[in-house]
Ligand binder design. Sequence first.
Ligand code: PLP
Length: 400
Amino acid sequence: IAFESTRVATIKSSPSMAVSVAAKAMRAKGEHVVDLSLGEPDFDTPDHIVQAAIEAMRKGLTRYTAPDGLVELREAIVAKFKRENGLDYAMDEISIGNGAKQILFNAFLATLEPGNEVVVPAPYWVSYTDIVILHGGIPKIVPCGVEDAFKITAARLEAAITPKTRWFLLNSPSNPTGAIYTADELKALGAVLARHPHVAIMSDEIYEHIVCGDVPFTSFVVACPELKDRTLIINGVSKAYAMTGWRLGYAAGPRELTRALNKLQSQSTTCPSSITQFAAAAALNGPQDFATTAVAEYKARGELVARGFSAIPGLDVRAPEGAFYLFPKCAHYIGKTAPDGARISNDTELASYLLSEGKVATVPGAAFGVEPYIRLSFATSRDNLAIAIERTADALAKLR
Ligand code: PLP
């Protein structure tokens, strides 16, 4: 029997997860691997959030919720948009899911017709294109390398839009590059989109709070309020509150769209865990000092890795403005030969070499739609980062 449908055969497993699995397997054999492959805060979830979950369980609040979520949580999300972004959303303009990833999944499932195009600037987060393909869409990839400061320009966006374009997918601060769009850059993109009323905008703002340079975060809808009625803002608690395993993402957008998302939810997972929903409401309503402390640490780490990797000959590094990733270009090392005689012909082979020779786990640029780059997550201790810099420099120096 062929168990895998043709639809599922069109996509691949998450490549960053695959690197992390390989790193864990090496560790299990006793090797000391510095894992910079996963985009996951290394802090514990703040205690008041954990306490809210425990309390919910003790009180027996452990039942199904409505597909669009607990009223307490939706109120907390509405209040968050008002408090932090100055945006007004009604309770029925909110949708929640098991992580921002599921919201993206639901949004494409709910809206794409076969052959619809989705404009995706590259490098992009690994899951975007596979989720689009899974739902019959066609990713229209627009490469934006380090030379472009990793950002799509208005002219390139204009050139990518066709009558079949359904969505423009924007991610700022960006995974994997750490780039943040300024308000003016967003307005320039908005001016293009204003001329194409058939295109909706999906703005993935999950790294909103993780700003480590001088460019402040601006929500797409704040920069382009005239496009609010065709923008879906995606956000979640994973990165801001170190809650990746709790699985809670949320979105705000036009009512007709959130209604479709909630209908889908009602026929798939029903709702995210009720316990997680209480915890997420506590995260959004509670003290926000955790984010401040964590961001100060990410900032220090970002400076450390930008300095350390820039000092390695042949790496082209742009300091991150946000999120917790560095995305050095490594063209200099492609075509070189390793000590064992193997030729490094692309960034996937370079990342494998860095793992086997340097014991540093990174994800190749190919996973994000541009080559040759490597992505390093700096969501790990400064000690680990210092070791990673040293080992990477040593391993690269051995290439001839
Ligand atoms: N969007 C981006 C850009 C991400 O990097 C991630 C996680 O790595 C997500 C969405 C998904 O986050 P979650 O599903 O944990 O809310």
